[in-house]
Design a protein around this ligand. Structure first.
Ligand code: SF4
Length: 331
């Protein structure tokens, strides 16, 4: 059985019909790839459409302000992706054209091997294989490779394998095929082996190792943090501040935390305690409070007071949106 051939055949029948697949515009493809990292297609779809509508060309995105970009990104999380996207758009605008080869594309800010390979192969038909979580899984299971995927050796092995099985005549279709196959057929938890065209020659299936492949050498350590946020309402105004560099949510806006406020906890109204919010490397437990007051409390100078109704104009981390939901529920 020829792995590549079967995969392409599967893709022709089962590939997902997505709007960014109907184009060879590298900007549209790049945008879809960046949005879809860590985001489900159903959710990413509407964001992609909105971005394409708001900024149809890369120069339009380059001319936007960072605030506008973060605002449009709101709800997708991982805001460094949005900031990098914006910086790279400016790089491209300066260059005068979208770079046309893998080696040039990878020089763009925030563009790693995976995204560069996806753009180069899909937009320009360059024969370079993509390697992402889906690809690791499909290759590890089908060929029975137990080298941990989070090691240098593992990365090298899988990259070489992906490249070796790439269809050099149809690199765009092959790359999309293996990613779709991983996302639809050979899924992490319950792959649909009974309907899989590769089942007879699949190492993991034949050796009962589906749950054991791919392997990882270590688990990501997640740091736990505790935050106590206060929604301070004073004559229809609220206090927010922009988060600085060097921590999560850089450039986004947040409400004050209790330590920014010299008011006893007893005078605050608890909206929700211990709301759990999971980020890639951190687990946050947050308490949300409401503080209604007729006089503005003293806050450090990085806080600004805005009209309560204006909050929609500020890019907020997901946790602040959750806080607003609790506030709404309370009202
Ligand atoms: S048989 Fe199952 S484990 Fe093997 S490639 Fe197909 S879906 Fe994946």
């Amino acid at each position: 059985m020829n792995f590549t051939h079967e995969l392409l055949k599967w893709y022709a029948q089962n590939g997902r019909d997505l709007p960014w697949r109907a184009t060879k515009d590298p900007y549209a493809i790049w945008l879809s790839e960046v949005i879809l990292q860590q985001t489900r297609i159903a959710q990413g779809h509407s964001y992609w459409e909105r971005f394409m509508q708001q900024w149809p060309q890369v120069n339009d995105l380059a001319a936007a302000t960072e605030d506008e970009v973060l605002r449009a990104w709101q709800g997708l999380g991982y805001y460094s992706r949005a900031r990098n996207l914006h910086t790279a758009a400016k790089q491209i605008a300066e260059l005068g054209h979208f770079p046309t080869t893998y080696n040039e594309i990878i020089k763009l800010k925030g563009v790693g091997e995976y995204t560069a390979a996806a753009i180069a192969s899909i937009a320009y038909n360059e024969a370079v294989a993509v390697v992402d979580g889906n690809v690791y899984r499909v290759l590890a299971r089908y060929f029975g490779i137990d080298t941990p995927i989070d090691t240098t050796e593992g990365k090298k092995t899988f990259r070489a394998m992906a490249q070796a099985h790439l269809s050099t005549t149809e690199p765009a279709a092959y790359n999309q095929a293996i990613m779709d196959f991983g996302a639809i057929q050979c899924t992490p938890k319950s792959p649909d082996c009974s309907a899989c065209p590769l089942v007879e020659t699949c190492f993991a299936y034949q050796n009962h190792k589906i749950d054991l492949l791919p392997t990882k050498s270590k688990k990501i350590k997640q740091r736990e943090r505790k935050f106590q946020y206060v929604y301070i309402r004073c004559n229809n105004h609220i206090a927010i501040r922009r988060r600085g560099a060097g921590d999560i949510w850089q450039g986004l806006w947040e409400f004050p935390t209790t330590d920014a406020l010299s008011v006893p906890l007893a005078s605050l109204h608890l909206l929700q305690s211990n709301a759990k919010h999971v980020l890639t490397h951190q687990i946050i437990y947050a308490d949300f409070y409401l503080y209604e007051t007729a006089t503005r409390p003293t806050l450090s100078s990085d806080f600004i007071w805005i009209e309560e109704s204006e909050i929609d104009k500020y890019a907020l981390p997901r946790l602040m949106e959750i806080m607003l939901k609790h506030l709404e529920k309370y009202h």
